[in-house]
Design a protein around this ligand. Structure first.
Ligand code: EPZ
Length: 418
């Protein structure tokens, strides 16, 4: 287990550049399986999740090569194979190969990924959509199996705007017979990036980013070259970290329109935020004000920023209420923040955060990716030393986080433990 040690109290100042979006590259890597021709992706972050998704695609027979921030995938020799529990347990997003496998080979057998630290993470919306397009689904011995002669278009209304279900059904529909209409879909920027990549491959999709997506099936897709959009959650995490230390910094590459809800919340707390076309500037000089915050599907406040804003609110003036409406169990970081002196009361999906003058450094444990980010932010503003255990979670979703924070003036270092 690796530990990240942080000495708090240093203002973060300067400029930091965001990497490519984890939640855009993962579905796009899965989408390369829809063609027999090579694809070339740029702006690809160096993350554990990207490596594991690469392993998933390699086990299916495709060639995967990463050179710097470029990823070359040749799926010409790929074939339909079982996706083992070892892989689906390490990366839930491996379930994004279901749509491509069903599209290109008309079947899949994928180990059930199961829940994780933040929730049960069911796949019912994905499977209902596949069935509506003609697939026969069977769940047995911890595996999900699906077969379909050739998928046909359907008019599907999602019970919930699930990001993964939207992506899987887009990838199932691009080679289906006829037109598919997906309603009440997720509207995240990563969905738009997937649409743009698929259309470069010759797909006929329109509407991503709105609540109805229309896909006209085609007979085959070609390879494509694509640059991944910047990671809005990494950018938001840096904005919150700078605000937490009452610093000032420019987050280069962040797209303001992807972070409107987060920027509005930070401004409501009293931060100065300047939006430029090539990034976002943030400055905080005085103690921030507590605010209320409810996580919602995009363009609402993102659940992936909830732990980070909670950490920020622990030393704001007043009391704020945070409602986590997307995942049923995403408050693990609250208990750890309380070990550092935070005043947080949890009731189901509601957290009541009352600001204290300062946090005190302490040994804490991270249980998931964004919770780990929240604990790092708390450590940056706490008095004294904070040791974050479980820091390998960070490497799943943040590229060179320590290095980037050190370049802004943070005092932190990693130590391995046996
Ligand atoms: C994606 O997960 C992201 N992951 C998550 O980011 C993000 O938190 C989430 O979307 C919400 O924005 C990737 O893109 C790889 P959902 P996903 O399907 O697709 C329920 C991070 O930290 N649901 O939108 O799994 C589900 O239980 C990660 O980067 C069903 O009930 O999220 C949850 O409560 C964490 N049935 C809610 O919908 C289904 O079939 C949102 O899930 C599917 C989902």
């Amino acid at each position: 287990m690796e530990i990240l040690n942080i000495v708090g109290g240093y203002k973060l100042e300067g400029e930091v550049e965001v990497s490519g979006a984890k939640n855009a590259i993962l579905p796009i890597m899965a989408a390369t399986l829809l063609t027999r021709h090579p694809c070339y992706l740029e702006g690809v972050p160096d993350l554990i999740d990207v490596k594991v998704m690469g392993e998933v695609i390699k086990t299916l027979g495709a060639e995967v090569k990463k050179e710097g921030d470029s990823l070359y995938i040749d799926p010409s020799l790929a074939e339909e194979k079982e996706v083992q529990p070892e892989l689906t347990r390490r990366l839930r997003a491996s379930n994004l190969v279901m749509g491509p496998l069903l599209s290109r080979w008309h079947r899949f057998r994928v180990a059930y990924p199961g829940g994780c630290a933040i929730g049960a993470r069911p796949l019912d919306l994905h499977l209902k959509g596949f069935a509506a397009m003609g697939a026969t689904i069977r769940e047995s011995q911890g595996f999900i199996e699906a077969t379909a002669p050739r998928l046909h278009g359907a008019d599907i209304h999602l019970d919930f705007p699930s990001v993964g279900a939207t992506e899987n059904l887009m990838m199932a529909a691009v080679l289906a017979e006829g037109v598919t209409v997906l309603r009440n879909v997720a509207r995240e920027p990563e969905i738009v990036d997937l649409q743009n990549f698929l259309n470069k491959m010759g797909a006929r999709i329109q509407g991503a980013g709105q609540d109805v997506i229309r896909i006209e099936g085609v007979s085959e897709l070609r390879g494509a070259r694509h640059r991944i959009i910047p990671d809005r959650i990494e950018a938001g995490t840096f904005l919150v970290a700078v605000a937490a230390t009452r610093g000032k910094a420019f987050v280069k590459g962040a797209q303001p329109e992807h972070l409107a809800a987060v920027i509005a919340k930070l401004q409501e707390m009293g931060a100065y935020v300047g939006c430029k076309k090539d990034g976002i500037y943030l400055e905080v000089t005085n103690r921030l004000q507590a605010v209320d915050c409810k996580t919602l599907p995009y363009p609402g406040f993102p659940t992936d920023m909830q732990p980070q804003i909670m950490a920020l609110m622990t030393t704001a003036q007043g009391t704020g209420i945070i409602i986590e409406s997307i995942f049923e169990n995403r408050f693990h970081h609250a208990a750890e923040l309380k070990r550092m002196g935070a005043d947080i009361k949890i009731e189901g999906r509601i957290a009541v955060v009352t600001g204290v003058p300062a946090l005190s450094g302490a040994p804490v444990e991270a249980r998931d990716l964004r919770g780990a980010a929240a604990l790092v932010i708390a450590g940056l503003m706490a008095q004294g030393l904070t040791s974050v255990e479980g820091v390998q979670h960070l490497d799943r979703g943040y590229e060179r986080l320590e290095e980037k924070l050190q370049s802004l003036g943070a005092k932190l270092w990693r130590e391995g433990t046996e």
